[in-house]
Design a protein around this ligand. Structure first.
Ligand SMILES: [Zn+2]
Length: 450
């Protein structure tokens, strides 16, 4: 049996809610306020006392410099942003989906704080004491900031990324943080079961991590739908002369500002900001010397205005590490004789340091044998009723056998000699019901990074 605990925003907010929204008509409701571009920063005071709140020590290239409770809370907040956070990876419960909520609030991670701060310092932390049925709360001046507290007892906070154990008092920190941040953005509770702003969570539940259609509508009513003119960061490069080159689109000819995460130990919540930057190549490139006090975290582009459409997505940035190129899926898989479509998915980043990159498919032929092959380029050559998508010289990589459901997952070991190179991968396998007796997946282009 799963216990349910409730998640009020705060006593004051509940009272305001009672006055302003006597009869929730279903769905989302607002608290009566919103945050502007001066309140995008957030930090974590990592005083979480449960070992389970800080036992995830695996770093993630999408969240540079963070582990444990800080990493869980950072993942929770980017879920409310205007687009996928980098390639959307980082949460096994919503693969390649972090930030997919279609909301429009782009936050700026500003690292660890050294105290819980004031009610408008935009800091999340634990608070000692017994919640008596309440897991946490958000203090809300709203327009000039917020503070989020998670009760120390009786809850055992779990930082993930896997679901908490189904045991007494265990709760998912990332999911509850996602809920509380909804309050900080101006949302009251929703009556829609399954929404992130629904005020209850079960022991091992992680669904609050992913905002629902109802949450999206609520946030879009406050912050609008992401404008097509919004600046967008696609990736970055570090130059040999100490500059960062931001690639994207929608940058202004002049008057761009970059916001960086301040280095650990000196963060006060204010982004490190470099202003008056010109763009080139039609607003798709910005070069900027890396500020001395910029640390691992993220980078955003702010245009000269002050509307929600004047701030880009937050893009993971590490001043000491080139960004790993996104894996690109391309081509069309050949539909199998069982009418499945063997489309490749990928896991993690093609990084030599991580060396845990995998890809696979759910759409193969049960129990059939196959071969993964690769090449240096892409091509489009009709072959046995499908398409060979990998150019010559083609190299055999590894033999495999699908499991009884047609699933296969293959590791790509990455060593330092592969850094900087690009390869294209595809699967060819037996399909006895097919006219040619073979099947072909779609393909992925992979660029390897340090
Ligand atoms: Zn709540």
């Amino acid at each position: 049996m799963s216990l349910t605990r409730y998640l009020p925003a705060s006593a004051a907010v509940l009272l305001a809610g009672a006055l302003l929204y006597p009869t929730p008509l279903g769905a989302w409701a607002h608290l009566g306020g919103e945050l502007d571009l001066t309140q995008r920063d957030f930090r974590v005071y990592n005083n979480f006392s449960d070992a389970e709140a800080n036992n995830n020590t695996v770093t993630d290239l999408s969240f540079p410099g963070a582990t444990g409770a800080a990493l869980a809370i950072w993942k929770a907040y980017v879920e409310w942003s205007s687009e996928l956070h980098a390639n959307g990876s980082g949460d096994p419960t919503q693969p390649f989906d972090l930030g997919s909520g279609g909301a429009n609030f782009d936050p700026s991670w500003q690292g660890l704080a050294t105290s819980p701060g004031d009610t408008n310092s935009n800091i999340a932390s634990e608070i000692s004491g017994f919640g008596a049925g309440v897991l946490g709360f958000t203090e809300l001046p709203i327009s000039d900031g917020w503070r989020i507290r998670f009760y120390a007892d009786p809850v055992i906070w779990n930082d993930g990324p896997n679901p908490p154990p189904n045991a007494q008092d265990h709760r998912d920190l990332q999911g509850v943080a996602c809920h509380e941040f909804g309050h900080a953005l101006g949302l009251a509770h929703s009556t829609v079961l399954g929404s992130t702003m629904f005020p209850a969570i079960s022991i091992d539940e992680t669904t609050l991590r992913s905002i629902s259609a109802d949450d999206q509508l609520g946030i879009q009513a406050l912050y609008g739908v992401a404008s097509s003119s919004k600046p967008h960061i696609e990736t970055y490069e570090l130059s040999s002369t100490g500059e960062v080159v931001i690639h994207g689109h929608g940058f202004e000819p002049t008057g761009n500002t970059l916001w960086f995460t301040r280095s650990a130990g000196i963060s006060d919540g204010t982004p490190v900001s470099v202003s008056h930057l010109s763009s080139s190549q039609g607003g798709t490139l910005i070069s900027c010397p890396i500020p001395i006090d910029a640390g691992p975290g993220d980078v955003l582009v702010k245009l000269s205005g002050s509307s929600h459409a004047d701030l880009s997505n937050p893009f993971p940035f590490d001043p000491n590490q080139q960004h790993c190129p996104d894996v690109i899926s391309y081509g069309t898989a050949k539909t199998t004789s069982q009418l499945s479509v063997p489309q490749l998915y990928t896991e993690s980043w093609p990084s030599a340091a991580l060396n845990n990159f995998k890809f696979g498919t759910y759409g193969g032929m049960p129990n059939a044998f196959g071969i993964m092959f690769s090449g240096p380029t892409a091509q489009n050559r009709p072959f046995q009723g499908g398409t060979v998508l990998v150019g010559a010289p083609i190299r055999r990589e590894q033999l495999f056998q699908f499991d009884f459901t047609g699933w296969i997952e293959l590791s790509i070991p990455i060593d330092s000699s592969m850094i900087g190179s690009t390869r294209h991968y595809q699967l060819w396998f037996q399909d006895q019901g097919d006219a040619f007796g073979t099947g072909l997946s779609d393909a992925v282009q992979v660029g390897f990074c340090p």
